[in-house]
Design a protein around this ligand. Sequence first.
Ligand SMILES: NC(=O)c1ccc[n+]([C@@H]2O[C@H](COP(=O)([O-])OP(=O)(O)OC[C@H]3O[C@@H](n4cnc5c(N)ncnc54)[C@H](OP(=O)(O)O)[C@@H]3O)[C@@H](O)[C@H]2O)c1
Length: 277
Amino acid sequence: MENFQLNNGVLMPKVGLGVYKVKGDSTEAVVWALKQGYRHLDTAAIYHNEELIAEAIHKSGVKRSELFITTKIWTSDLGAKTRTTFESSLKKLNTDYVDLYLIHWPTGDYLSSWNTMEDLYREGKIRAIGVSNFESSHLKEIMNHGTIIPAVNQVQTHPFLQKDELHDFMTSYGIQHVAWAPFGRGNKRLLTHPVLKDIGDRKGKTAAQVILRWNLQRDIAVIPKSITPARLEQNIDLFDFTLSEQEMREIAALDLNQKGFIDSSNKLYLWITRWIR
Ligand SMILES: NC(=O)c1ccc[n+]([C@@H]2O[C@H](COP(=O)([O-])OP(=O)(O)OC[C@H]3O[C@@H](n4cnc5c(N)ncnc54)[C@H](OP(=O)(O)O)[C@@H]3O)[C@@H](O)[C@H]2O)c1
């Protein structure tokens, strides 16, 4: 698996497994994925599956030192509860450090959480700290407030929501872009789009693989979620083909700036996150 190097030198596998909604029997898919070579897992306290992920890691037999584990602090835990919330994630994940710890949404007391995260980073309990769903205004705010530039900003990114401006802003500060919901949350219109399908057909790949490869060629890491073995296999089989400049341009032309309800520009959604547990 190839890596991106974060702004503090830490290596992060370019492809991770998103585990939102992975629970119960479907955690077997995580064991399977780890056995197939996935080394980067993306969870969050609000997914309520950190313990199950720890069990899956244990079952897979993959050593902790070979893994890159991301988890996130939820909105209602920001501020004074940051350290105890982090310690609780560590316990559930059955580990004594996480590779990447993210502020899940830019709402609530995220500035004081950032101070605590900087402390935890200096104490060696987190290898890299970052944010999620931050627009450039939020990133400027956190960089003015703190002493560490976020290593990562994880934002929804796919061909219908390409985030070019934010991406360029992040690149100028060395903030790694990670694409959540690279398939627009399993959006059928995206996954069967003729432009993506045609490009894939020419290369013996699926539209899904074309989407992931397009992200990688924009220097964006991806964390697709799947619990289906054939798809899990596809989603890491991305390193034996390339998209031409013309193909990258064809995909660039698909942008619709298609934000859904779950977006940091939606003040109502940000407000609602404070009540979600
Ligand atoms: N930071 C945030 O606020 C935030 C928000 C949302 C998500 N995330 C992270 O991003 C991860 C991914 O996002 P997501 O789960 O919402 O959506 P996604 O990865 O865009 O889409 C997942 C859907 O696509 C299907 N799929 C997976 N691989 C496929 C393939 N090769 N071909 C066709 N369909 C395929 C999956 O089906 P099967 O599982 O049935 O195979 C599932 O229904 C999450 O799991 C989570 O870790 C972060």
